[in-house]
Write a protein that binds this ligand. Structure first.
Ligand code: Y6M
Length: 117
């Protein structure tokens, strides 16, 4: 049986990829509910229901301050935005649908960019 080669993938373009992906998320027409942190004072129940709030501006700050170890930890934070949205919103709601649309968009774009790398 041919040993699978122990070669790591080339991660030298990952930071550039995160910057492209985040810019595309921030400028997406359905990005509105995800651009800034939810204000727990103005949304009853949010603080209790959502244990790890996340939004695109927080991800932007973390990326700017080199707080992502790698592509994986960046993708985990972006998916946290959409997981929080699914938990707090009905699928059949404006914000719920926006979350599903954005998650599908993100999933397609990062896999496209990874493949062309
Ligand atoms: O009706 C509302 C009012 C506020 C919010 C939501 C729905 N969902 C967001 O995920 C969190 C903020």
């Amino acid at each position: 049986k041919q040993e699978s080669p122990r070669t790591a993938r080339d991660d030298s373009k990952d930071l550039a990829m995160c910057r492209i992906l985040l810019a595309e998320l921030e400028s997406h027409q359905d990005a509105g509910p995800f651009l800034t942190p939810v204000n727990p004072k103005s949304v009853p129940g949010y603080r209790k229901i959502i244990k790890k709030p996340m939004d695109f501006s927080t991800i932007r700050d973390k990326l700017t301050n080199s707080q992502y170890l790698n592509l994986e930890t960046f993708i985990i934070d972006v998916n946290l935005v959409f997981d929080n949205c699914e938990k707090f919103n009905e699928d059949n709601s404006v914000i719920g649908r926006a979350g599903h649309t954005m998650r599908r968009f993100f999933q397609r774009r990062w896999t496209e960019l990874l493949r062309q790398n």
